[in-house]
Design a binder for this molecule. Sequence first.
Ligand SMILES: Nc1ncnc2c1ncn2[C@@H]1O[C@H](COP(=O)(O)OP(=O)(O)OP(=O)(O)O)[C@@H](O)[C@H]1O
Length: 256
Amino acid sequence: MTTSPETTTSAPPAAAAVAVRAERLSKSYGAGDAAVRPLRELSLEIPRARFTAIMGPSGSGKSTLMHVLAGLDGPDAGRVVVGDVELTGLDEKRLTEQRRAHIGFIFQAYNLVPAMTAEENILLPAKLGRTRVDRQTFDAVVDRLGLRDRLGHRPFELSGGQQQRVAVARALVTRPAVIFADEPTGNLDHTTGAEVLQLLRTAVDELDQTVIMVTHDPGAAAVADRTVLLDDGRVVDALEGQSAETLAAALVEVGR
Ligand SMILES: Nc1ncnc2c1ncn2[C@@H]1O[C@H](COP(=O)(O)OP(=O)(O)OP(=O)(O)O)[C@@H](O)[C@H]1O
């Protein structure tokens, strides 16, 4: 009996199981000898409702990848699909709508509005996207992040770590389908860093959100379900649910 090719090849994951799909992404800066290529035909699938960490040596393209996946920067070539919408090719207006409706960001430059209080900053994306923030969610996030007594302060009155926590709260309160976090614990003490990771974990486990987090810390990556390793603009490995020690060892290997 002959079998059709469809039954002999393994089926790709169902579209609904993939939150973000990157296909052959390329990006370069500069030209000639000075050209840098942070993304080199990089392809990646981020599963839905799971916590994915991205690690790799400095300069391997992690932040560039996050910006491109989140639709904040365009690739030179390749496609990005978030949910069932291809971001690459959308005009700026539709891209902004997609980001507001489905994506949350926690980036290294916190991008807080200086003239607004912490509370106003946290609620800004919801206001812009005309989405309602559930009071219970707001209270839970603010209390978990220890921001209750800082809500009336402006960013310049907050420490770096407090500003980072405001940025984390801002990304969480609208419950976006996909959260991109670039070093979300980078500026935080161990206890607050652990709270942030726990909030991201809860977002995945209890609210079915998808989290994609860049980190240099194997301990933080160990909280994720899966860690993707980048080197020189490419995916070189993906590890499922590993310990901090295993991830640290894998990272050393990549850096060799
Ligand atoms: N706007 C830019 N203009 C020129 N070069 C850039 C720009 N953004 C990034 N690069 C270069 O692209 C490469 C990848 O940078 P990227 O920030 O994505 O790496 P990374 O893995 O996040 O690094 P790190 O871990 O140090 O934050 C680096 O060599 C960087 O200098």
